[in-house]
Design a protein around this ligand. Structure first.
Ligand code: NI
Length: 153
């Protein structure tokens, strides 16, 4: 495993659409392992592959403080949204930036695991925000596109 460099705002790749994963091979597993290490090292709660320069529909996340909620989402899709929340969010690609966005309170996500098996995950509050934020990255969307109240922190 190795950490990879996190792409920062200003790099065009962040605005590109990521491609679906078709091969669930060692290359994907290495990418996932590296992304996990990179996310934890940066103290992030989520990371999309595009943020390490790879245009594949791959996300890792962990919204817990004790690193017990690690998840890998391959080709994720939001299949249900419920409610609304207004909270501040940030992004490892935009260090120091934070702003309030509107996100669903609860989402249900369908995704494949590292072996290609489809699973369904449910998230509320922070986890729902994280699912939405990371899946947006796969379509070149950043949280600053959705900010309703910008705070400079
Ligand atoms: Ni982000």
């Amino acid at each position: 495993m190795a950490t990879r460099n996190i792409v920062k705002l200003g790099d065009d790749i962040l605005r590109k659409k990521s491609r679906p994963v078709e091969k669930f091979d060692d290359r994907l597993h290495t990418l996932l392992d590296d992304m996990r290490e990179t996310m934890y090292k940066a103290n992030g709660v989520g990371l999309a592959a595009v943020q390490v320069g790879v245009l594949k529909r791959v996300v890792v996340l962990d919204c817990t403080e004790d690193h017990t909620g690690y998840l890998e989402l391959i080709n994720p899709e939001i299949i249900e949204r419920e409610g609304e929340q207004f909270e501040a969010e940030g992004c490892l690609s935009l260090p120091g930036e934070q702003g309030v966005t509107v996100r669903p309170m609860t989402v249900k996500v369908k995704a494949q695991d590292r072996n290609g098996q489809w699973c369904v995950y449910k998230g509320t509050e922070l986890k729902a925000r994280c699912f939405c934020h990371e899946i947006d990255h796969l379509d070149g969307v950043l949280f600053i596109d959705k900010v309703i109240d910008k705070e400079n922190l």
